[in-house]
Design a protein around this ligand. Structure first.
Ligand code: SF4
Ligand code: SF4
Length: 322
């Protein structure tokens, strides 16, 4: 039995409610939050209670409910409270609202306390972005927001999610954003957990992920000052090290995903596994013994994640120039 020690938690990723994609400003066809049925908007009181339960938090990464463009004022108030407690902050955004959203978010927040702003651009044209976000995407406005953040001294990263329809464009995406001044890219491989299979949004095969890594290699050779992270979720990665896998070592956890729910402040140390196993989630005010999963060479939920039972941990990534 292992118990998560809240005093050891340094990093928190936060959903400020449980609206799911129904309440989002975008309608991404394969949103990982799609299955959420209940609608609930969290509160500042819950945030304060979270901060008090986690006295050694160093960094808060805010998603919003489910994006900061939905409940921008609350997200701002929460990061302001974090900064007051000397906790560094960062957040991701779909780019909706452009400069206006960023100014609301960052009002009164010192630049040096913002570790980064992550923009989820999955493509470089309005047409591609409209396909991925499921709306008539305001590309110009979103790009103006990115420019504004760079020009105002914030560290930005671009975080594209890769699917069948954009995995061959990785080099173009990097090139386009490098020319705008971006030096940091963190790729996602499409949300298996959305449970939806569209032709345009098929999950990548092992060969396709290798092709993605090859394009990143070429870009890193060309632009030597960029850093890139990309998941490895296939077998021959050479980094098959179960000692890193959270599900097997809950007592080592330094990071939690937290969701404000009507019933309380819910947390998990293994966001993927918690989708399939209820006993991987808990309330901050009532932490049960967490039974580590038995030691295995491959991810214990890889069948659910990829349809195969021999993939590596979803959280293991390959890094370039980190
Ligand atoms: S912006 Fe994020 S939360 Fe909103 S629909 Fe898209 S993937 Fe889902
Ligand atoms: S992706 Fe699989 S191996 Fe990695 S933490 Fe989750 S359940 Fe464990």
């Amino acid at each position: 039995m292992a118990i998560i020690d809240l005093n050891k938690i340094e990093y928190v990723t936060l959903y400020t409610g449980s609206n799911g994609s129904n309440g989002c400003t975008c309608k991404c066809p394969c949103c990982s939050q799609r299955k959420k049925e209940r609608q609930y908007q969290g509160t500042l009181e819950q945030a304060i209670s979270m901060f008090e339960s986690l006295p050694n938090m160093k960094q808060l990464y805010v998603f919003g409910n489910p994006d900061i463009t939905v409940d921008t004022k609350l997200c701002h108030d929460i990061i302001k409270e974090a900064v007051r407690r000397n906790i560094h902050v960062c957040f991701s955004t779909s780019g909706i609202g452009g400069i206006c959203t960023l100014k609301k978010m960052l009002n009164d927040i010192p630049c040096e306390m913002v570790d980064y702003i992550s923009f989820s651009f999955d493509g470089i044209t309005k047409k591609d972005m409209s396909l991925f976000k499921g709306i008539d995407y305001p590309m110009e406005k979103a790009l103006a927001g990115l420019d504004w953040a760079i020009n105002n001294g914030y560290t930005v990263k671009v975080q594209p999610t890769l699917w069948f329809s954009n995995y061959t464009k990785v080099k173009d995406i990097i090139e386009y954003f490098v020319n705008k001044g971006v030096k940091w890219f963190t790729f996602h491989i499409g949300s298996l957990e959305s449970g939806i299979s569209l032709d345009s949004h098929k999950h990548l095969t092992k060969e396709q992920i290798k092709e993605v890594h090859y394009q990143i290699e070429c870009a890193v050779q060309k632009y030597r000052d960029i850093k890139v992270r990309c998941p490895i979720i296939y077998r021959e990665c050479g980094e098959n090290d179960p000692s890193k896998w959270y599900c097997m070592h809950p007592e080592r956890i330094k990071e939690l995903l937290i969701i404000f729910e009507e019933s309380g402040i819910k947390a998990t140390h293994t966001p993927m596994a918690s989708i399939y196993f209820d006993n991987f989630s808990f309330y901050l005010d009532n932490i049960p013994d967490i039974k580590p999963l038995a030691y295995k060479n491959f991810c214990p939920i890889s069948k659910e994640l990829s349809g195969k039972d021999d993939t590596c941990c979803r959280y293991i990534s390959k890094f370039w120039n980190y």
